[in-house]
Design a protein around this ligand. Structure first.
Ligand SMILES: [Mn+2]
Length: 305
């Protein structure tokens, strides 16, 4: 079985893996979960061999009791000793731009549109600045532009944003058909239209509180990151967004101000017992249902906003 991340890099990585190793069962965890819940664990533990791509699953150690585990990844991680192979350049202190570049190296796979999709999917425009991985130049020689790759990544990512887990897995075989097949997939184009309408709708509901935006939304989709980005980048002010989902609350804060530092907020949220992550400019957190307001209040207190 192949367990892969639900985003473009995860999908392209699964496609490369199939090309190198042959067809296999495909599985992506419940969208939004960077771990396996009990149901997911039960499903995958039946396999004899499990290949984990583009995810640092905390359950990998426990899976070794049921199966041979192979891990190929580029996220921050600690070595999983029981794995038959744990190939992640991060373990030797190197940061790779995508899981597809990790697979390219490990399996001597040539640089092609699948590798490029992973890089553009994870990095966006920053993919153009990569020195060591001049994959975009290699692609341009073949007539594949950054804009084509960016659009394909947007189409592929639309499936997880709309929480279409089966479609995420189906996308692996779509990408194997080539870039044109992705770019002309009408069902994915419809997804993107729906997502853009949903984002615009919520962005228009954000409340301007002095120097920052505050938005409390209720959407079943995985759009909080895109909405917070739009508020911060296009409207140019810090933004705090709380999304109340059926089974959880989500929290995001992002600022366009270069002096902003979310790292202490991430530590604080973790101390409060939440799953939180991010970088200097952004924090995202997943909270038990009904606790979004509590974290928002605490963050505002700490920032003195
Ligand atoms: Mn990735």
């Amino acid at each position: 079985m192949i367990i892969h991340h639900w985003d473009t890099d995860g999908i392209a990585s699964a496609a490369i893996f199939i090309k190198k190793r042959g067809e296999d069962k495909l599985f992506t965890p419940k969208i939004g979960n960077f771990f396996l819940d009990e149901g997911d664990f039960h499903t995958v533990a039946k396999s004899e061999r499990i290949n984990i791509l583009d995810m640092n699953l905390p359950d990998a150690g426990r899976l070794c009791e049921h199966a041979e585990v192979y891990i190929y990844d580029h996220h921050r991680a600690e070595r999983v000793d029981c794995a038959k192979e744990h190939y992640n350049p991060y373990l030797r202190g190197e940061h790779y731009p995508s899981c597809t570049t990790v697979l390219m190296e490990r399996f001597e796979y040539p640089p092609d549109y699948l590798v490029a999709l992973g890089v553009v999917g994870d990095l966006g425009p920053k993919a153009k600045e990569l020195k060591r991985w001049d994959i975009l130049k290699t692609m341009e020689k073949k007539g594949i532009t950054y804009d084509m790759l960016k659009r394909a990544a947007e189409l592929l990512d639309s499936s997880f944003k709309l929480m279409k887990r089966d479609e995420v897995v189906e996308n692996v075989h779509l990408v194997l058909q080539g870039l044109d097949a992705i770019l002309s997939a009408e069902h994915l184009q419809k997804n993107v239209e729906k997502i853009n309408a949903e984002i615009d709708n919520w962005v228009s509901k954000a409340e301007l509180r002095g120097h920052y935006y505050f938005l409390k939304m209720r959407s079943p989709y995985q759009l909080i990151s895109a909405i917070t980005r739009k508020l911060a980048w296009e409207l140019g002010k810090p933004a705090i967004v709380v999304n109340e989902k059926e089974d959880r609350d989500e929290f995001y804060i992002r600022s366009p101000d270069a002096n902003f530092n979310a790292l202490p907020l991430i530590d604080m949220a973790k101390t409060m017992g939440y799953r939180a992550g991010g970088k200097r400019e952004v924090m995202g957190a997943i909270l038990p249902k009904g606790e979004g307001d509590k974290l928002a209040q605490k963050v505002l207190e700490v920032l003195k906003w």
